[in-house]
Ligand binder design. Structure first.
Ligand SMILES: NC(=O)c1ccc[n+]([C@@H]2O[C@H](COP(=O)([O-])OP(=O)(O)OC[C@H]3O[C@@H](n4cnc5c(N)ncnc54)[C@H](OP(=O)(O)O)[C@@H]3O)[C@@H](O)[C@H]2O)c1
Length: 455
């Protein structure tokens, strides 16, 4: 049929095609939009790898890009450890159950590792490292991030660090450096890959060696993306130095490092973080976001399209021979534009300064935590004392009201008599009263029945 129409149109002119005036008017626009959409969908990964038996940790695996990556690698058989804020969340239980079912993979677990708290990260990493025998780990995929919309006031982590800096940079730095012994001690034939999500906004990042995470710099509510960009830039420079340290590490078996740490830029995506950012976290913003949705639909990728460079970085064999610390975008290895990526000394300084910063912040938080624990304990013991006194009082009262116990004094005798008087008013005390009361009820019932039958 279409061939018929096309042949006919070729011989007699396009006017014979049904709906030709509309096609002529709107066709070019639809075609342009289609090509634009196709172009912005980005590159597609063409590599695949057997994931059975491999173990990956994922931060941010519950939403957007991270959730899509988890789904993909879980469906290929990998064991997944989701690092989440809290394992008590009922939504999380449902999410994991759904994921297990849809991927036919029951090796999906969650561990508590709240990136808002350096202590929580340490607790998780220590638990992991303490495991005997050491656990298998084929890689860590770092997707979690905080994106603060324009106009919102400065938000901080539990440790008092600006949220984007704390979650995007410090927490991931802390997690990966704590896990370093586990990553580095994997057997030499294991292909260990660490993937860190980065973003084009790193181009807006600002490095101030005296105030790395903007503790003292004024927070500009109209430019939160500057901090987001800085957090991603710092993360990128950390990845470079961390890779170098892994390369320099001398293994017991003298084998070269098998850990490859790479930065992945997925490109702009229509994920919850983008929606939050564009809608500025308000209802009106959300309505405008929905109205403008066709624009986001054409120019932004969905999470599935965004994950392609991650799959490329995880599955392509080129990274087996290539040094780590690369920037991967659109399934290609690119050279980062920021000159800081070539500055080894700066990267080392930032690495060391961050280590000092984390140790300072952790100490402060530990002191604060202890203080809070003491206050809680004190208020708890106060509550406990009150509860015990109340229980004692009730026990005494019960004893006083117990008629089988001989009263000790006139006050107790009085109390028992009062109790007896109350009971007399409340209920029937003697069996003959019970029988007369039952007879009265019975006669009442039969009277009402006979009245009804008369009616
Ligand atoms: N979206 C884009 O256009 C874009 C562009 C370039 C790069 N990226 C990068 O891609 C990555 C994923 O972005 P996305 O848009 O998919 O983000 P998203 O949908 O907002 O997901 C963020 C994830 O991070 C987790 N997370 C946030 N704070 C956490 C905390 N304190 N502890 C543990 N987990 C925490 C969230 O967990 P909950 O579910 O518990 O909140 C969620 O799973 C990010 O690193 C982002 O920077 C995104």
């Amino acid at each position: 049929m279409p061939i018929d129409i096309l042949t006919n149109a070729f011989v007699n002119g396009p006017e014979i095609i049904p709906g030709w005036p509309y096609i002529k008017a709107y066709g070019p626009l639809a075609l342009t939009l289609g090509i634009t959409k196709y172009y912005f969908r980005g590159s597609v990964n063409t590599w695949e790898r057997d994931m059975h038996g491999k173990v990956y940790m994922v931060t941010g695996g519950t939403s957007g890009l991270g959730a899509e990556i988890v789904r993909e690698i879980a469906s290929k058989g990998a064991q997944i450890i989701l690092l989440v804020r809290s394992v008590q969340d009922s939504w999380l239980i449902e999410y994991i159950e759904d994921l297990r079912e849809s991927t036919d993979n029951f090796m999906i677990y969650a561990e508590e590792c709240d990136l808002d708290s350096l202590y929580s990260v340490r607790k998780f990493a220590t638990k992991w490292l303490d495991n005997q025998p050491p656990r298998r780990l084929d890689g860590v995929i770092c997707c979690a991030a905080e994106t603060i919309p324009i106009g919102k006031t400065r938000q901080t982590t539990i440790d008092g660090i600006e949220k984007q800096m704390g979650v995007n940079y410090l927490a991931h730095y802390h997690l990966l450096t704590l896990l370093a012994p586990s990553l580095r001690s994997q057997p030499p034939d294991r292909d260990v890959r660490v993937l860190i999500a980065t973003c084009a906004t790193q181009a807006l990042g600002q490095i101030d060696l005296n105030d790395l995470v903007f503790e003292n710099t004024r927070y500009e509510t109209r430019k939160p993306y500057k901090l987001y960009g800085t957090s991603k830039l710092l993360l990128g420079l950390f990845a470079k130095d961390f890779q170098r340290r892994c390369n320099e590490y001398e293994r017991k078996d003298k084998a070269p490092t098998n850990v490859k740490i790479n930065l992945i830029n997925p490109g702009l995506m229509r994920t919850p973080s983008t929606r939050r950012f564009l809608s500025m976290g308000s209802i009106w913003g959300l309505i405008i976001y929905m109205i403008l949705y066709p624009i986001w639909f054409i120019f932004f990728k969905n999470a599935y399209e965004g994950q392609q460079s991650f799959l490329f970085a995880l599955w392509s064999p080129i990274f087996l021979t290539m040094n780590g610390g690369q920037l991967i975008q659109e399934c290609k290895v690119l050279k980062p534009s920021r000159k800081e990526f070539q500055d080894v000394e700066l990267q080392k300084t930032i690495f060391d300064k961050t280590e000092e910063l984390i140790s300072r912040v952790e100490k402060q938080s530990a002191i604060e935590r202890k203080r809070q624990e003491k206050i809680e304990e004190m208020s708890k013991s106060k509550e406990q004392r009150l509860k015990e006194a109340k229980e004692r009082h009730l026990a005494e009262l019960k004893k006083k009201q117990d008629l089988t116990e001989k009263p000790q004094d006139t006050e107790e005798l009085q109390s028992k008599l009062n109790f007896l008087r109350q009971q007399i008013n409340k209920e029937v005390l003697f069996p003959e009263d019970v029988s007369s009361a039952t007879n009265a009820i019975k006669s009442n019932k039969s009277n009402s029945k006979s009245k009804k039958s008369k009616k």
